[in-house]
Design a binder for this molecule. Sequence first.
Ligand code: TMP
Length: 206
Amino acid sequence: MNGKFISIEGIEGAGKSTQLAFIERYLKENGKQLVVTREPGGTELGEQIRTLLLTPTKTSMAVDTELLLMFAARSEHVAQVIKPALENGNWVLSDRFTDATFAYQGGGRGIDRQRIADIADWTLHGLQPDLTLLFDVPVEVGQQRVLSRNQGVDRFEQEKVEFFQRIRDCYLQRAQQEPERIKIIDASQSIAQIEAQLTLILKPLL
Ligand code: TMP
């Protein structure tokens, strides 16, 4: 495998989408063949699973169902999109990957981390990003950005502040445990400052 696999992570309202466009432009300008994708989703079936996961429902979804649907979408994504792209020497930029499951289903929903690690081992066979960019903002800042978008909220965005606080804590803890792979970007800085920080991180990979 020659291509590099980059994932981006963060709580809602951390500004991932804006920065994803910058990273995509930067890598393409530097001559990389890049596949841009997202989770849950990235394949026809995965996008259908995404709709199941994000659409608010009258009855609640069992946390294990949520976990398994995330990995079902991911298995499809890895098999259909990520692996073939890397094997062809392309780069892959994914808006979220398995760190999101540890943060949301582990930190947020309280599922035992070892169970998540076991499913990850079973379904991904050790595949993980070469680099993960964690866009970090205080939960209140993220929530304000989500509300100011003036769109409807999805099933996750309906959750309370404490849910997102646990997710943020879990992301930061993972970044501390794997500082080589997971780089924290202070996403409350200006866009120019964030872009400068991203360039510093990405340049050595080119
Ligand atoms: P996004 O497009 O805003 O990133 O929305 C995806 C939502 O799905 C977001 O609330 C995070 C959530 N999610 C999980 O809970 N676990 C996961 O493994 C992934 C990939 C996403």
